[in-house]
Design a binder for this molecule. Sequence first.
Ligand SMILES: [Zn+2]
Ligand SMILES: [Zn+2]
Length: 267
Amino acid sequence: MGVPIIGCPCPVCQSSDPRDKRLRTSILLETQGKTIVIDTGPDFRQQMLRHDVRTLDAVVFTHEHKDHLAGLDEVRAYNFLNEMVMPVYATPRVQQAIRREFAYIFEEPKYPGIPQIELVSFGNAPFDVQGVEFLPVEVFHHQLQVFGFRVGDFVYITDANRIEEEERRKIRGCKVLVLNALRREKHISHFTLNEALDVVRDLRPEKAYFTHISHQMGLHEEVQGELPGNVFIGFDGLVVTQSENESESEKDSESENESEKENESEN
Ligand SMILES: [Zn+2]
Ligand SMILES: [Zn+2]
């Protein structure tokens, strides 16, 4: 739902700390000369504007929930700006949702000005996104299969509350892990703060950043103060940079060169 939540009087929603303002979760990855967005939520347009992203080479989806999908129509700007059809990588199930929720994109004859996308399938095996190797990591969001991704030494996982051992092996040895942590109280489909910390203790990345944070988590500053030194609460516009040879970056809809950022939020 983003933070602040419409009409919510709580101290987090009323906070003046910019780190307590959270658009819906997404990242922008800049690596190997490519700019790739993972998920286009309802705030995609605003995120691209805020970070002045002028080139976008591809979109990759983790899953089809509206807070990750709703902004897809806005790729029209890049069809026009970059004079290209946008490659959109999604599993067959997520593609079905895209065809259902954006049916007009697939109608013939095409209405002028609608988004131009090309759906590309992936499953649980490494795949290539415009020359960048993505290793999918299967996670579960209650019963729903969701994919996280490892690109070099960077791993991005959102909307999970279970990761099996076989998939954890794909994450071990990474330098940066971005992981969802919704709030402190138990939730049916998201890791809590403690559950996310357990995953970090098990997987031992050099650094971990939490994303998809609810207003129920508390104030950024207070929660950050409770965490181990290599674990950070993400915030909109955060840029995480990795060195050349591992080239990555990520983040929330935007980026600057080689960086990543993280962004967050939602229900
Ligand atoms: Zn979800
Ligand atoms: Zn979500």
